[in-house]
Design a protein around this ligand. Structure first.
Ligand code: 5AD
Ligand code: SF4
Length: 451
């Protein structure tokens, strides 16, 4: 009988994509994938370490899985830790969590079948923290994708930026771009399979720099990334989103590409992290608040109304009340469509971990709440502009609130709920917005569009 593998995914879209890649490889190697931990022979946790809380969750889950199996009178499954925690903590996980049998680094995904086989053969403490090998390619079978309508397509892995607070360059290694030819053919294939949206993903998509230009011939652009955007748009895929963009590498030509191709979606995620030059410098971001605002001005002046979202960290070491004021000021100026706010979390091994002058927890919390309140009020106004307008929504599933409603995302990446009528999941429909909710829009179906 085939062994059953269950994979649980934490963290970012890169982890989701890597889980899909792992599942593809495991199925090819003769394993069965199961959607629940109960009864699985192998449980893999694909982990995140961007903040301390995410990391602690993994250890809790390991204990839960072990005790659930015991309660059900089953053998303890083989337990493997994949992803960022695996890469960073390595061998020490075996000591901290003796229930773990396997440690699979961020670049060992394609070698999973062999590693599991070794553990099943009785080898204790199997570990692989090596780099991806030549010839290993992103291969994701549609059957393993989380959604039948929206597909994540990694274009660049890793990060070379070394922002002082961030663990990612250590957990995911240096930037490696996928070939444009591979990306474009994957998007074309997804289109022929009926996918409605692709999200080009990477820690910094606009730092995309492939080894060769193959696949980009005939597409103009000031940077390889903007050429890639045009090449991907030319596949005719209905909706193309991309995330995350890094401010220093944000070339205005990205906005030009968005103006030329309506299927490049009207949403840009451009994290600023802080509005204070002093803190931005300590964060080693390589841009000032003004540099950032110049990029924002280009986005705001576009012929298309482009939705803008950001990430901000509050309570970075040494952040004074005045620094925080500058962040509030920047946020007021940017009029973001959405903002992810994080309390600074110290990550061992990063340059910021050795900085003194920690901001007390209570102060971090107060700043978090103040920024959240500001953003909520600004967002109400930004969202209010959509009332009475018709926007295109990809219907994803029944709404959790009402069986008469469906929920989906607009091209500008807002959550939109609407009275479903005859709409089926996977359809793109036009919705007339009638109401603003705190983090979503509500509206009525205009008419089913012909897809
Ligand atoms: N503490 C808090 N937030 C962090 N982020 C990254 N590292 C940390 C950290 N040490 C946030 C940044 C990044 C987002 C994905 O996570 O805002 O853009
Ligand atoms: Fe982390 Fe900075 Fe790289 Fe983003 S750009 S992954 S915040 S180091």
């Amino acid at each position: 009988m085939k062994s059953k593998v269950y994979i649980e995914t934490f963290g970012c879209q890169m982890n989701v994509a890597d889980t899909e890649r792992a599942a593809t490889g495991l199925r090819k190697a003769g394993y069965d994938l199961t959607p629940v931990a109960a009864g699985a022979d192998v449980v893999l946790l694909n982990t995140c370490s961007v903040r301390e809380r995410a990391e602690r969750k993994v250890f809790r889950r390991i204990n839960e899985i072990r005790s659930e199996a015991k309660r059900a009178g089953q053998h303890k499954p083989l337990i493997g830790v994949m992803g960022c925690v695996a890469q960073l903590e390595g061998e020490t996980i075996f000591q901290d969590a003796p229930a773990v049998d396997l440690i699979i680094g961020t670049q060992a995904t394609d070698r999973l079948p062999g590693l599991i086989e070794r553990a099943q053969g009785g080898e204790a403490s199997v570990i692989d923290l090596e780099e991806r090998r030549a010839g290993e390619v992103w291969d994701i079978s549609p059957a393993e994708r989380r959604s039948a309508y929206v597909a994540f397509v990694p274009i660049i892995e890793g990060c070379n930026k070394f922002c002082s607070f961030c663990i990612v360059p250590y957990s995911r290694g240096r930037e490696k771009s996928r070939s444009a030819l591979e990306i474009v053919s994957e998007v074309s294939r997804l289109r022929s399979l009926g996918y409605k949206e692709v999200q080009l993903i990477g820690q910094n998509v606009n730092s995309y720099r492939p080894k060769t230009q193959v696949g980009l011939e005939g597409y103009s652009g000031a940077t390889p990334f903007s050429r890639l955007l045009r090449a991907v748009a030319a596949t005719g895929m209905e909706r193309i989103k991309f995330t995350t963009s890094f401010p220093r590498d944000f070339h205005p030509d990205i906005v030009c590409a968005l103006e030329e191709f309506p299927n490049l979606c009207d949403w840009i995620h451009l994290p600023v992290q802080s509005g204070s030059d002093r803190i931005l410098k300590a964060m080693r971001r390589g841009h000032t608040a003004d540099d950032y605002l110049r990029r924002v001005a280009v986005i705001k002046q576009s012929k298309r109304r482009l939705s803008l979202t950001s990430d901000i960290i509050v309570g970075f070491p040494g952040e004074s009340a005045l620094d925080f004021e500058n962040t509030l000021k920047l946020v007021r100026g940017c009029q973001y469509d959405g903002l992810f706010i994080f309390k600074y979390s110290k990550r061992a091994g990063t340059p910021a971990a050795s900085l003194e002058d920690a901001v007390p927890d209570a102060e971090k919390k107060a700043r978090f709440l103040a920024l959240e309140e500001l953003q909520e009020s600004l967002q109400q106004r930004v969202y209010g502009e959509y009332v009475g307008k018709k926007i295109s929504v990809l219907a994803e599933r029944e709404s959790a609130r009402s069986i008469d409603d469906m929920t989906g995302h607009s091209t500008c990446n807002k959550v939109v709920n609407f009275r479903r009528g005859q709409t089926q999941p996977g359809e793109i429909v036009d919705v007339l917005i009638s109401e603003v909710k705190p983090y979503s829009l509500y509206g009525e179906l205009v008419a089913d569009r012909v897809n």
